[in-house]
Design a protein around this ligand. Sequence first.
Ligand code: MIC
Ligand code: SF4
Length: 644
Amino acid sequence: MGLTLAEKIIKEHLVKGDMITGSEIGIRIDQTLTQDSTGTMAYLQFEELNVPRVKTRKSVAYIDHNILQSGPENADDHLYIQTTAKKYGIYFSKPGNGICHQVHLERFGVPGQTLLGSDSHTPTGGALGMLAIGAGGLDVAVAMAGGEYYISMPEIIKVNLIGSLPPFTTAKDIILYILKNLTVKGGVSKIFEYTGDGAASLSVPERATITNMGAELGATTSVFPSDENTYKFLKAQGRGKDFKELKPDKDAVYSAEITVDLSELNNLAACPHSPDNVVPVKELKGIKVNQVAIGSCTNSSYMDLMKTAKILKGKTINENVSLVIAPGSKQVLTMMAKNGALADLVASGARILECACGPCIGMGQSPNTDGVSLRTFNRNFEGRSGTKSAKVYLTSPEAAAVSALTGFITDPKEFLGDLNLKIPMPEEFLINDNLIVSPAPEDNDITIKRGPNIKPFPKSYPLEETISGKTLIKVSDNITTDHIMPSNAKLLPYRSNIPYLSDYCLTPCDKDFPERAKTNKGGFIIAGLNYGQGSSREHAALAPLYLGIKGVLAKSFARIHKANLINNGIMPLIFKNTEDYETIDINDDLVIENAKDQVKNGEVIVINKTKNIEYKTAIELSEREITMILEGGLLNILKNRRAK
Ligand code: MIC
Ligand code: SF4
């Protein structure tokens, strides 16, 4: 029986387990990436592992999220990451060099290799035919130390792209179309493997828009074959030697198949407040726009911004619109500075931001109260922009640029007439890696610089026999990590200070939650479906751990967040009867007896003493994960092992 492309890569990296859907496998990791908002934690954890040098083929630390320096915290964290990288064998991409996923694609990604990143959009690398997965910082730290990465073997879904895109319809519209159909929970435990003539026709940056936003489906990852277009991109990046042709076997067997006819697609937009709330742009016609933001790891490539520049050239943006543009990398920005396209952007009224995540993670550029912001990004969760009442729509750069000109949400087809927007792949990108700092040789005496904002991690303890506590909060479906651990310009500087951050934990859902948790010395969280979707931030597990959360009872969990809870010794419990969710209220007293045996058996009875009801819950753990829950988290296990 033939293999899919994802199976081929997994097979080549398989260290533990068998490739049977749903069973746990451990894979060897070739490359890692971190960014600064999760990186500080990942490197603190790496240090705890006591390994003198990273053992991966390549590890890169990027500074792209926490770039606003309104106090010393971010700069201190950058210095901590830079000195750690230098010491332990990690390449360091300085602030200004660009967004991790864009730069990694340009300068480091290699077809057929595995990449683990402490950022949920790491699957962007699938555009090059990598098996690229997002994870919590601790998992990335373990991978840097040479440990394998564990997932349950996903189902592999074939996405057959046929036909070709109509004018002004883009890769963004392909993934928005898939999101509309499959929703933000549709990809959990799945790998999406793209094939077909339509896939072959897309350039690497276009493929990257799709694999990037596969994260919004909740997918483990997405992957494209490595073909002629991959070679063209790598060659233009001066990395033709990294190319390797990769494709699925002809008789590969997939769990399911989806076909998308590109010729039938429209310009689409995700409406507030979820990336799967998708409608045709033309249905939004006439909505007044206050802000347009172009950039983010989804749509900030050279081609994306050149198209934007072509649309804006010689024109002025609408007087009521603020247009901000954050190029994905220094490479993109310098190329556009040299060929004059940057001048066209500036002349049209665009405000050029540094090459970083910027507004995507609420690092500035929050919209006005009740404002409408049209963004080329991947997430539009409520409040993520920094303005709770803002309405954020997600579109392609084409739709964003024309809307900036008209001041209203506008379908590019209606505005652009016969403008030729084809931007060919450059023969050569401008290559200058002067902002990538190489690590020091192995024997070095580099001193790591630690700012005063770095606080110790919260402690976790082995599981007790009887666990009791109150229901501290009850939340609905699709709660994101942005709800659990909000991120914005004010909070991101505290990513290495869990005690501080924990005062904001789940406050978008209930502002009294942290106080209630502290008063009751911990307890339980009750949630609906797909709890913890979105980012990989393990702070969404560390802050609850600090607040004494013992378990989360949910209808289902998002993959990375579930792994982060387990890594930190917090029980992810799944209601066997989803109606039970309705019967629990805040402040109910819950008890779990014989916890250790129940966890080992995979079924945990939670007794609601207040209501006199018992809930059957499943705790779906591998042997390895059972040990983590019993011993109070992965770091404890690794430390105990060392002490023996
Ligand atoms: C995001 O897009 O939410 C982030 C910020 O990049 C996160 C990482 C983080 O929370 O620091 C992600 O996607 O993993
Ligand atoms: Fe940065 Fe936004 Fe991409 Fe996250 S989604 S890595 S914040 S650009």
